[in-house]
Design a binder for this molecule. Sequence first.
Ligand code: SF4
Length: 328
Amino acid sequence: MQPFEFTTAPDIQTAILGSSNTDARLIAGGTTLLDLMKLEVETPKRLLDIHRLPLTGISVTESGGLRIGALATNSAVAYDAQVKSKYPILAEAILAGASAQLRNMATVGGNLMQRTRCTYFRDPLWACNKRQPGTGCSAQDGHHRNHAILGTSDACFAAHPSDMAVALIALDATVEIEGAVGKRAVPIAGFHLGPGNTPEVETVVKPGELITAVELPVLTGTWRSHYLKVRDRASYEFALVSVAAMVQLEGSTIRACRLAFGGVATKPWRATSVEQLVTGQTVSSELFQKAADAAIEGAVPRRDNRFKVALLRRSVIRALETVTEGAK
Ligand code: SF4
């Protein structure tokens, strides 16, 4: 690890000012950044500790939604009574990720900013457009079993690793970002960026900005939800495929549907075309087969990750079967 200077931000404005320095990194739980510093993928000259800033609260908003401070830990969110009762899919997704120890340290803001697990990104000996733009993509001809099949580009096809963000995109969350000129609210669907020709730019957060909160809107009506995570082992593993599924039912008719995928895409992936396809339709295995077909439209599988096409199809069917179980 390279030497670095470590200071603590006494307030939000100091953190914002500090984050405008390209040699500096903000550190909260450190569950991604410290790993990357040990690997010398990240070599900041300065670390600005923000974990004591007053951004840990979880509170009901005036409109009845939920505001989650960016420094709330994953554990605090997953076990919050409001989250468990009103947004259970968020708790389910968080508890499917990492380990208890990591969830106790990792924060909501850090989770949104976490970097890919692509092996070549995490090893500076290999060419990687995301780590060093313009150098190439070692995963193209290398190992890419865990990589994305949706939202890929020739420059990069690394999968986004978050479980929490998949639930947040299904819940239509908004990310609050604060900078020197004030706050802005970004719908989470527009927060993460696909790789395109600039895979090194992963979110809309700019230098000199800080994520301060995530807001969940009120969910009206009765929703059934499930976060299905398929992985190589039962715990402490990233998703090969995950599906966040939410439905409102009227008898056997799907009145509303939200569907999002993880593990298969370069960013948390909202499957709006599949949602539209099933909305207003009667629950049936034929409908779910069509939904599975729609889910893989536009997929670009490669040599080692072809299995994700079939796995995504099956996962979509299973998630929809789970949330519509007993519908009649
Ligand atoms: Fe780098 Fe992306 Fe290629 Fe992985 S897939 S080596 S992160 S450019």
